[in-house]
Design a protein around this ligand. Structure first.
Ligand SMILES: *Cc1c(COP(=O)(O)O)cnc(C)c1O
Length: 242
């Protein structure tokens, strides 16, 4: 096996980037008339080796997001996860539910009743309740998972009937667009829907979390009401896929 060599320069840049992103989030919150504490930074750790993730964790990162069940289970023991919240943010296949339920604090990527039913079933077997977000495909892209916004409320109502699963809010990845106005429209559509459902006070649906915004667009997301921004490459550098 090739020896893994820690890149000291990269460690330093994780530190610099983490601090810089934290202050940019605070500044965008203040610009939007929001309180900086209302917006949490999630460090998105997919493909990142544990040593670099741990640097963010010692700096105070208290929320991480992973995409793949296998990858997360493979590296979690190397991470300093005391007091750190873990979310699964990648597309989840029904046959992987058994492995991830109980391992993370939230599954942000629930986009079908079938998946929700499996999470409910496995959670009840394990005697726990799993917190979830419902993922919305706000740009109706074929390449993305998530429910269309027109079908969102119906799905939420169905999931709310299930045992051992708790809806906490919504997650989205908008289309990549270099047009700021269009981007803002996607984010504000999400916010409207979030507020709309929240105001209905439906049993077993807590609309507290609106997870949107990534490295390239988190400032616009914060301006439009996001309260979790999921940032990967702007902290850890460009991803290398193996
Ligand atoms: C990879 C990923 C992110 C972070 O993307 P960056 O552009 O690197 O910040 C956020 N959310 C999800 C669901 C992801 O898969």
């Amino acid at each position: 096996m090739e020896k893994f060599i820690v890149d000291e320069a990269r460690l330093q840049s994780v530190e610099d980037n983490y601090k810089a992103i934290k202050s940019r989030i605070e500044e965008s919150a203040i610009r939007a008339g929001r309180s900086p504490e209302d917006v949490r930074l999630m460090a998105v750790t997919k493909t990142v080796e544990s040593v670099y993730i741990n640097r963010a964790l010692v700096l105070g990162a208290d929320l991480i997001g992973e995409n793949r069940v296998q990858e997360y289970l493979g590296k979690k023991d190397e991470l300093h996860l005391n007091g750190v919240e873990k979310h699964l943010i990648g597309h989840l296949q029904t046959n992987k539910v058994k492995q991830i339920v109980g391992e993370v604090d939230m599954i942000e990527s629930v986009d079908s009743l079938k998946l929700a039913k499996e999470i409910s079933r496995v959670s009840s077997n394990k005697g726990i309740t799993t917190n979830i977000l419902v993922e919305v495909n706000v740009g109706k892209e074929d390449s993305k998972s998530g429910i269309y916004i027109e079908q969102l409320e119906e799905l939420l109502l169905e999931i709310a009937q299930l045992d051992n699963i708790k809806i906490n809010g919504l997650m989205t990845i908008p289309p990549i667009c270099d047009n700021e106005k269009e981007l803002n429209e996607y984010f504000s559509t999400m916010y409207q829907s979030f507020i709309d459902i929240k105001s209905k006070k439906i049993d077993n649906i807590d609309m507290n979390i609106l997870s949107m915004g990534m490295s390239g667009d988190f400032e616009a997301a914060v301006a439009n009401g996001s309260n979790i921004v999921r940032v990967g490459s702007a902290i850890f550098g460009a991803r290398k896929y193996f």
